[in-house]
Design a binder for this molecule. Structure first.
Ligand code: OOG
Ligand code: MG
Length: 258
């Protein structure tokens, strides 16, 4: 029997102290249902600190990510306003354990939507699309985990940056470049995301609404990384460019000596 509340608190403490912990399933196996319950409780702790739920993220929607992490099923997690980093802003590097960044596409909903929907129906509920960077930071030692571990850890969610919003349009085959300090770190296509990020959007709507998440107008949905994630150094400039959508970027603070 797991005490799901204390496991959620353990993950929350790890994130707040920027200290890696042993993966939960090392002690005893975790069911997927328990893992999603831990994720919900973990988000609840953020809401108690007056953060608010602002969106949903998809994970492992590209082969590049599945291969990199050795996990082969799509996962979803919750985004709060406390995770949002300003475009052009600075992220406090020392508050993360072993952060990585990955290039994504974000959607914002115009209409409340739920249930199983087709990618076309999902796109019709979208108000705008933007290039995005996700900052992931597994709370587990070595950035290694099972499918259930990563779900419990809210899919490694730690931060996200959104570029300027564009009118909704097809985003199924756009070039994607991730740069760190002006050097190209990874290159790909939005087609890597389930063939079309609109499929990830539809999956996010289906999965999150089935779990009782209210997908109200203004909800942000991150479709999942188009390429492998790359390590995020201190004192670095990161930029994602998505063909015809624009770019998003931020800087990380230099390693502090305190
Ligand atoms: C899990 C999160 C995966 C994505 O875009 O595929 C993810 C991880 O890689 O630690 O956010
Ligand atoms: Mg991601």
């Amino acid at each position: 029997m797991h005490d799901l509340h204390s496991l959620a608190r353990h993950l929350d403490d790890a994130a707040r102290q920027a200290r890696a912990i042993e993966r939960l399933s090392a002690a005893s196996p975790l069911s997927l249902a328990d893992a999603y319950e831990i994720q919900s409780l973990l988000t609840g702790l953020r809401l108690e600190r007056r953060e608010s739920l602002c969106g949903v993220k998809m994970g492992f929607t590209s082969r590049a990510k599945m291969r990199q992490m050795g996990v082969s099923e799509v996962i979803w997690g919750r985004l709060t306003d406390g995770m949002r980093l300003e475009d052009g802003g600075t992220a406090p590097h020392h508050t993360y354990i072993h952060p990585r960044v990955e290039p994504e596409v974000a959607f914002v909903l115009a209409n409340r939507i739920s249930g199983p929907v087709s990618p076309a129906e999902a796109l019709r509920a979208v108000d705008a699309v933007a290039p995005a960077i996700e900052l992931i930071d597994s709370r587990y030692e070595g950035f290694r985990f099972s499918h259930e571990d990563v779900v419990a850890d809210n899919c490694s969610a730690a931060g996200f940056v959104l570029g300027s919003w564009n009118l909704p349009r097809a985003v199924d085959n756009l070039g994607v470049v991730l740069e760190v300090n002006g050097q190209v770190s990874s290159v790909g296509s939005t087609a890597a995301v389930l063939g079309d990020p609109a499929r990830a959007l539809a999956a996010a709507i289906r999965l999150a609404s089935a779990a009782g998440v209210d997908l109200a107008p203004g909800t942000i949905i991150l479709a999942g990384a188009a390429t492998e994630a790359v390590a995020l150094p201190a004192g670095a400039h990161v930029r994602v460019r998505v063909e015809s959508l624009g770019s998003a970027g931020f800087t990380t603070s230099k390693r502090s000596s305190n």
